[in-house]
Design a protein around this ligand. Structure first.
Ligand SMILES: Cc1ncc(COP(=O)(O)O)c(C=O)c1O
Length: 497
């Protein structure tokens, strides 16, 4: 699978995050609910996670980091806990439903909301916020980046305007936390809402709010905190003010590890790589006949490209990409209805490609080739352009060699006939296509036979060899012995590798 749906959630997590969650599941008790070792270990890890999040977003006090199960819960807590029926707030067309729906809910009891309008390329002009401010304006609430187009909102300017007019600034950092330097102090952010499972590369079920000094949020949930049990009300101090009930310490342990991984790797390095992958994809598809790309590609942006192909519904393209190319993307409306209205894509939606830290240039190139193929451009492929794509062809084979990869499929992918591709491939590599795939499988099987304990038949099947006889024959041909002989030799120490 080529996973290009990182704006929905990152599937590839750093190994250290997976290990931290597994370790937490085996060792942590209930934070704040006792003085036993397990409970104290949980409290320690959770406090370290608060410190890590506070450092990441430049907030002085770790105890003002409150954990939630995602940014939807964080945004609901901030919006419903700060805004009342008498208030007016300013938001934008770029927002996700996790901002829009709490606002629409508040509007039913009197809250007024002004939305900054997005232009057809999905941009808003934040300098217009000043013209929208009224006497009862309480807050500006906006996302840092559109989850549809990847366009950014200039949060430095929003923060500056909010500071000048004494407004709260609630930021939805769901699409930028982890790959952008967000500084609560510099950008005058009152409440920053984040989710743990996207760019932060942590587990699902994690997220939180970072709350600047002087901002008092009414709790959305009330219940057990493990301390001040006899108080009838939810305790007023952070973080327990907003953390009723048992915390997701297993997830938070993973989140802590993920933030540390990001800090060690460097936000700038992550940003640069994701940005380059996004631009590479954009450059590859923007001039393909029939492809329409949405958004503004001047300047900095989140690593997202949304597009449509003439003659297709976005859902159809998503299905084709998945079924024919094993490329995972997100089609449809992306929980951002106002943005699709601005782009004129309410009916057909759009296909969103979003890039992450673990994606590669080869994956991007394969996605570009797939879009060309769907748009019909590869029909024009001739021998010369196919030779130019040799790197891509081998990348495709390497990422699909375990599947039942056929000549028809790969020839179709690159827009030529089966016969043409077969001749071309043999000429380029000196080996026929099927043999090439088998040799690649044997290379990987060899490692598994030496290192694993699974049955050789299972290993062969796992690597795409469903004809065991053919497998053993080829194995002997290549290694000069049978697979069992090889394993035995390893066990007896006759060979090292
Ligand atoms: C801009 C934006 N805000 C909020 C959310 C909600 O995130 P979660 O589902 O983790 O609560 C998303 C998720 O797609 C998003 O893209």
């Amino acid at each position: 699978m080529i996973y290009l749906d990182n704006a929905a959630t990152t599937i590839h997590k750093p190994d250290c995050v997976v290990e931290a969650v597994a370790h937490a599941m085996q060792n942590l008790g209930n934070c704040g609910r006792g003085a036993n070792g397990g409970s104290l270990s949980a409290a320690r890890v959770i406090y370290q996670a608060r410190e890590a999040a506070a450092a990441l977003f430049h907030l002085d006090s770790p105890e003002r980091v409150c954990f939630t199960c995602n940014s939807t819960e964080a945004l609901n807590t901030a919006i419903l806990g700060l805004i009342g029926p008498e208030d007016h707030v300013i938001s934008t067309d770029l927002e996700h439903n996790s901002v829009l729906r709490p606002l629409y809910h508040l509007m039913k009891s009197g809250t007024r909301v002004s939305f900054l309008q997005a232009d057809p390329s999905g941009n808003v002009d934040v300098s217009q916020i000043e013209a929208l401010i009224r006497e009862n304006t309480k807050a500006v609430i906006c996302t840092h980046a559109s989850n549809v187009t990847g366009n950014l909102i200039n949060i430095q300017l929003v923060g500056e305007i909010a500071r000048r007019h004494g407004l709260l600034f609630i930021l939805d950092a769901s699409q930028t936390a982890g790959s952008f330097d967000i500084n609560m102090e510099r950008d005058h952010i009152s409440v920053l809402c984040f989710t743990g499972h996207k760019g932060l590369m942590g587990p699902q079920g994690t997220g939180g709010l970072c709350i600047a000094k002087g901002v008092d949020i009414r709790p959305l949930k009330m219940g057990g905190t493990g301390v001040q049990t006899n108080l009838p009300d939810q305790p007023s101090q952070y973080p327990i003010r907003l953390e009723a009930g048992t915390l997701n310490s297993h997830g938070i342990a993973g989140l802590k590890q993920a933030i540390e991984y990001i800090q060690e790797t460097g936000i700038a390095a992550i940003h640069e790589k994701e940005h380059e992958l996004m631009l590479r994809f954009y450059q590859g598809v923007k001039n393909v006949d029939g492809v329409k790309v949405y958004g503004d590609f001047f300047g900095d942006r989140a690593p997202i490209v949304a597009l449509n192909i003439e003659g297709y519904d976005s859902g159809e393209i998503g299905d084709i990409l998945w079924e024919d190319f094993q490329i995972a993307v997100r089609s449809g409306a992306h929980c951002a209805p106002r943005m699709h209205q601005a782009l004129g894509t309410v009916e057909m939606g759009a296909v969103r490609f979003s890039f992450g830290w673990f994606n590669t240039q080869e994956e991007v190139d394969l996605a570009v080739a797939a879009i060309r193929q769907i748009a019909g451009e590869n029909q024009k492929t001739d021998g010369e352009t196919l030779a130019d794509q040799m790197g891509l062809i081998t990348a495709y084979i390497r990422s699909h060699y375990r599947d039942e990869i056929t000549l028809e499929e790969i020839a179709g992918y690159f827009g030529v006939s089966r016969e043409y591709f077969s001749r071309f491939f043999k000429k380029q590599t000196g080996v026929n296509f099927i043999r090439y795939v088998h040799l690649l499988r044997l290379e990987h099987i060899h490692e598994d036979i030496l290192s694993g304990n699974d049955s050789i038949m299972d290993i062969a099947a796992r690597h795409g060899f469903h004809n065991y006889k053919l497998f053993t024959k080829m194995f002997r041909e290549v290694y000069g012995c049978g697979p069992r002989d090889l394993r035995k030799a390893k066990e007896e120490g006759t060979i090292k590798q």
